[in-house]
Design a protein around this ligand. Structure first.
Ligand code: NAD
Length: 492
């Protein structure tokens, strides 16, 4: 990763400069004196070129037998595996997450490509009965066409891989627009796809701002589907821009709760809260930014949490002693600093942390607030930093009511040893994911991932759900009776 490197766009199998002739720069979030390179400030013309290339490539790619597509995808997985350590280090320097988590990010990508490769030998439709004699009924999966994939920075190899792997195995072609904060990871991923033998035009990469590149990719008439992951405010804009004629899959943020009941194993719950609240410096869509604790154990659990939080070490993610890396950029640090002030003004009690350390990176001390209530912004808003907020519950019903009292609905967790409480939580928590006796973090690629309420659009990522998004399930009837048979009419 030479500091003076200039990274390009990838369109129609070629690495090229943007039509804008403009570039932008980035620095290491753990050390803002360290430049990372220059990146193309893509624009609408670049998007048009990329979509045209994808549209042409679609004609051939859709006819490649899915098991053959799968072989290429499997090579992507192998190359990611061979380059796992290098990619993880690049990721840590580019966006800050600690090295062990960066390795996990690449591993999740490997898992996604392996899963998608295998799907090439399934891609099941269904066969069923017909209400008429000598008539055969089934569904087949067909690709959609050109898909826009718009991704955030916090899982810079895993999330583009979720989207690309499933889009490609279904026979679509793609234009990827990564976050402007993580262009290097995107370039490295596309280099691997190129090396694995993905034909030219099948995948294209356009870096640049959301306002120009993103908007064009959403509005483009030749695009058949938009898959977006990011902030709910961006999702709002995209939903208004997309118009009819395209599928729209959206995964957004959340305000995920961990409920700790009075019968819970408190040490286990503590491990889960520390991991959920402070992993990736709290910058996960599934971060445990709220902890709802039964009143009988609240004081004890708070003491345990503060003691552990105070021991967490801030620093560069490349240092293996570091527990908490920096936030991704200055704007993220400023936003979290603002919420630290809001929390105090709203009357929440600051248990620990709450400061911006004087370091050469965008760090924030891990912070615990307590005595928070539904009307507070730190209870309601996605802060996206190492900040968690405790609330007290009198009962399971009260805990679930507090958990559901936000507009979001991605991930939730409950610690209890009571089977009845577990089952009621599964039934009543209004979240796309519920974990029992483990943290709010822990997705696995072969299961659907996504949220309800403002956290998701209903189409889930990964697992079998992703195949439904990236393909069109066509209904087919074959009538071999040799005569006109009218459904609902000629039924005797
Ligand atoms: P963001 O919404 O700022 O940006 C996401 C992507 O959208 C970027 O590529 C950005 O350039 C692009 N974009 C911005 N404006 C656009 C527009 N008008 N039209 C089209 N594209 C546009 O989000 P972020 O800061 O990169 O990521 C953090 C957010 O993502 C958090 O809210 C987090 O919870 C969420 N997230 C959700 C999931 C999930 O699966 N649910 C996973 C990771 C992150």
């Amino acid at each position: 990763m030479p500091k003076s490197a200039i990274y390009k766009l990838y369109i129609d199998g070629r690495w090229i400069s943007s039509e804008s002739r403009e570039t932008y720069s980035r620095v290491n979030p753990a050390n803002y004196n360290e430049p990372l390179g220059r990146f193309q400030q893509g624009n609408e013309k670049d998007v048009d070129k990329a979509v045209d290339a994808a549209e042409i490539a679609f004609e051939k790619w859709r006819d490649v037998p899915p098991p053959k597509r799968g072989e290429i995808l499997f090579r992507v997985a192998q190359l990611l595996k061979e380059n796992k350590e290098e990619l993880a280090r690049i990721m840590t320097r580019e966006m800050g997450k600690v090295l062990t988590e960066a390795r996990g990010d690449v591993q999740e990508a490997i898992d996604a490509w392996i899963l998608a490769a295998g799907e090439g030998r399934r891609l099941f439709g269904r066969t069923t009965t017909s209400e008429l004699r000598d008539k055969f009924a089934m569904t087949v999966r067909l690709p959609l066409g050109v898909v826009s994939c718009i991704t955030p920075w916090n899982f810079p190899i895993a999330i583009p891989s979720w989207k690309l792997s499933m889009a490609l195995i279904c026979g679509n072609t793609v234009v990827l627009k990564p976050s402007s904060d993580t262009p290097i990871c995107a370039v490295k991923l596309i280099e691997i796809l190129e090396k694995a033998g993905v034909p030219k035009g099948v995948v294209n990469l356009v870096t640049g701002s959301g306002g120009s590149v993103g908007t064009r990719l959403v509005k483009h008439k030749k695009v058949r589907a938009v898959s977006f992951t990011g902030h709910k405010d961006t999702g709002d804009v995209i939903m208004k821009n997309v118009g009819v004629g395209k599928k729209l899959g959206m995964e957004m943020g959340s305000k995920n709760p961990i409920i700790v009941m009075d019968d819970a194993d408190l040490k286990l719950a503590l491990d889960g809260v520390i991991w959920g609240a402070f992993g990736t410096s709290g910058q996960r869509c599934t971060a445990a930014s709220r902890v709802i604790v039964h009143k009988k154990i609240k004081q004890k659990f708070e003491r345990m949490l503060v003691e552990r939080t105070n021991k967490l070490r801030l620093g560069s993610g490349l240092d293996l002693k570091t527990d908490i890396g920096p936030l991704v950029n200055k704007a993220a640090q400023d936003k979290v600093a603002k919420y630290l002030e809001i929390g105090k003004q709203e009357g929440a009690k600051l248990c620990c942390g709450g400061k911006i350390p004087k370091l050469k990176g965008w760090f924030v001390q891990p912070t615990v607030f307590t005595d928070t209530s539904k009307d507070m912004k730190i209870f309601q808003d996605e802060i996206f930093g190492p900040v968690t907020a405790i609330s007290e519950a009198n009962s399971l019903d009260h805990a679930i009511d507090l958990a559901n009292a936000v507009e979001y609905g991605l991930s939730s967790s409950i610690y209890t040893n009571d089977i009845r409480r577990m089952m009621l939580a599964i039934k009543n928590l209004e979240y796309g994911i519920t974990y029992i006796n483990t943290s709010t973090i822990g997705a696995e690629v072969h299961l659907p991932f996504g949220g309800t309420k403002v956290s998701g659009s209903g189409w889930k990522e990964m697992g079998w759900s992703a195949l439904d998004f990236y393909s069109d399930e066509k209904t087919v009837f074959v009538d071999y009776s040799g005569k006109l048979q009218r459904a609902q009419i000629d039924i005797d």
